[in-house]
Design a protein around this ligand. Structure first.
Ligand code: PLP
Length: 429
């Protein structure tokens, strides 16, 4: 890593735990020093030593238009000159709410919050308020933010550091959380009780690496919820406006009771949202008895960034382009891995993907954990030195953006080919 990033990392560790404000950024999953990012443009990020990388992280999902999209930058600049926060309603909030409701018909009303974590936390509260039940079911390796009750067999950073259950969460709280294997309807049926308020699921798992739902899995959850009088929460914080404009629920034709959003709807600004039918949302304060609030909720800058991002997405063929480019990348990487004799599993839905270092198939947390993390770390660092910025963990999804042009994809394939050859050679001796 460059000199400047090295010294910034030293300094950061004195005053910030691990030198980072979110754990996986610290590179503990792969070792080494993270580049400190100075700026980004389009498909590229530049670090404090002015090294350039093709960005495959996209801020962990939000940057679907690439960095500094001109239209989004203009919208934020304009909003910034009109005041940062009022703690009072604005017209722009209605406009983004209308865009969300139009894109995702299962959401008849929506409440804006400040992060994906807040969205899922509120969605659980709503499900409990609506059903009068207490238990929540989730999936092993599923991550829904750092909500106390959901840090049970959680994906993302917890999984990366082999600490899927967090310290500091009372047993009494997690006693109300059931966790079962992803893509396993039998396990869901067996674990189901009459006290389950909701099943919360990532409709495409993204926080144990990218794992698509198997055919019938989401429909099965819908049926089980209907039979048992439980609610189905699709956590679309990652997949919303990513795998399709209408999210995974549009792609797989599945109607949840409650949806959570975040990431892309803020275009890189802090935001989250939860929504449901009018009937359910009327339980939310001030209409109903379920309390939920936020000083900065509906923040004008975040809303401006989100609105601009969604309007570009709505009026474009971006999803088709992303599918084409990402599938070209997938094919290139598969061929390279085969050529060099490196066993891999490439999982992908649209522009969301993970290259697992295992023969696979990878369908759940257990199979994701079969991956050779040492090999991944080697691949990761060789790619980094080739100027490719990947998520620094085997158990995270990577993303492409509309700014990843054909030539970026070709460069990525060429670099991956070189790196896989090296990895193959190193592991054969
Ligand atoms: C990122 C993510 C969250 C948490 O969102 P934050 O904005 O990081 O709090 C929740 N659920 C899913 C599926 C996510 O990918």
């Amino acid at each position: 890593m460059g000199k400047n990033s090295e010294s910034l990392f030293q300094r950061a560790q004195e005053v910030i735990p691990g030198g980072v404000n979110s754990p996986v950024r610290a590179f503990r999953g792969v070792g080494g020093t993270p580049p400190f990012i100075d700026m980004a443009l389009g498909s590229r990020v530049f670090d404090a030593d002015n090294l350039q990388y093709i960005d495959c992280v996209g801020s962990w999902g939000p940057m679907i238009l690439g960095h500094c999209h001109r239209y989004v930058v203009e919208a934020v600049k304009k909003a910034a000159t009109r005041g940062f926060s009022f703690g009072a309603p604005t017209a722009a909030e209605i406009e983004i709410a209308e865009m969300i409701v139009q894109a995702v018909p299962s959401m008849e009303m929506v409440r804006l919050v400040n992060s994906g974590t807040e969205a899922t936390m509120s969605a659980l509260r709503l499900a409990r308020a609506a059903t009068g039940r207490n238990t929540i079911m989730k999936f092993d390796g599923g991550y829904h933010g750092h909500v106390d009750s959901l840090l049970v067999k959680a994906g993302s950073g917890g999984a990366t550091f082999n600490l899927p259950d967090s310290a500091g969460v009372p047993k009494e709280v997690t006693a109300l959380t059931l966790s079962v294997p992803y893509n396993d309807l039998k396990a869901v049926r067996e674990a189901m009780t009459d006290d389950v308020a909701a099943i919360i699921v990532e409709p495409v798992a993204g926080n144990m690496g990218c794992i698509p739902p198997q055919p019938g899995f989401l429909q099965g959850l819908r049926e089980i919820c209907d039979e048992k009088g439980s609610l189905l929460i699709l956590d679309e914080v990652m997949t919303g406006f990513r795998v399709a404009y209408g999210g995974a629920q549009a792609l797989y034709d599945i109607k949840p009771d409650i949806t959570t959003l975040g990431k892309i709807i803020g275009g890189g600004m802090p935001i989250g949202a939860y929504g449901a039918s009018r009937k359910l949302m009327e339980l939310v304060s001030p209409l109903g008895p379920m309390y939920q609030a936020g000083t900065l909720s509906g923040n004008p800058l975040a809303v401006a960034s989100g609105r601009a991002t969604l309007s570009v997405l709505r009026n474009s063929s971006i999803y088709d382009d992303l599918e084409e480019r990402t599938s070209e990348f997938e094919e290139g990487v598969r061929k390279a891995a085969e050529k060099h004799g490196v066993p891999i599993t490439f999982n992908r839905v649209g522009s969301m993907w993970t290259l697992f270092f295992t023969e696979g198939p990878v369908t759940d947390f257990e199979s994701a954990n079969q991956s050779n993390r040492e090999k991944f770390a080697r691949f990761f660092h060789l790619m980094l030195s080739e100027g490719v910025y990947l998520p620094p963990s085997q158990l995270e999804a990577a993303f492409f953006s509309a700014a990843h042009a054909k030539k970026d994809i070709l460069q990525l394939i060429e670099r991956a080919d070189r790196v896989l050859k090296k990895v193959a050679w190193e592991y054969s001796t």
